[in-house]
Ligand binder design. Structure first.
Ligand code: SME
Length: 165
């Protein structure tokens, strides 16, 4: 049994340090990408509070052969399966290879509402050898839930996972 429950008194930066350490421990010896993403989605859910969705989209191929984001392992309500690169918050993160920190999803042009409860969102690209291979997406029912510490912690997580998913 794995027990990675964080101490509730720790600050945000320390919480992400523990999350990254736990993710490292769970994925370092495991070559299966789906298993690793599934466990990391569950870890994010344990370590980061006030979420209604946490998980992965991977860069895959559409029927016409174009690159698009394809739903990966997650915790939360069933979500949109395919997202064109450049669309919505996830598509913007993938296209620009940059973290998107969105305080109010209703104000984000093209935001894709998979769960009507979502009010704010952070999406971090996972980059392998200079190419975006996936994004990590967290949604919250609270406005402006995510800040720079969340983005920095998730970027370290993305770096860790780049060749493990
Ligand atoms: N809101 C995202 C879509 C994915 S769901 O939040 C799980 C977006 O605009 O890209």
């Amino acid at each position: 049994m794995f027990d990675f429950k964080p101490d509730p008194s720790i600050d945000v930066a320390e919480r992400y340090r523990q999350l990254v350490d736990a993710a490292d421990a769970l994925t370092s010896d495991e070559p299966d990408a789906v298993a690793n993403m599934a466990n990391v989605a569950a870890l994010i859910w344990e370590f980061v509070d006030d979420l209604n969705w946490a998980g992965f989209y991977r860069v895959g191929e559409s029927k016409s052969g174009a690159e698009e984001l394809v739903l990966g392992p997650f915790v939360g309500r069933p979500a949109c399966i395919r997202i064109p690169i450049g669309r919505g918050v996830c598509g913007a993160a993938a296209e620009k290879a940059q973290t998107q920190l969105v305080e109010d999803v209703h104000a984000f042009p093209g935001h894709i509402a998979c769960d009507a409860a979502s009010r704010s969102e952070v999406v971090v690209p996972v980059v392998r050898e200079g190419k975006v291979v996936a994004v990590i997406d967290l949604d919250s029912p609270s406005p402006a839930r995510f800040g720079k510490d969340d983005a920095a912690g998730l970027e370290r997580l993305a770096e860790l996972l780049a060749d493990r998913i």
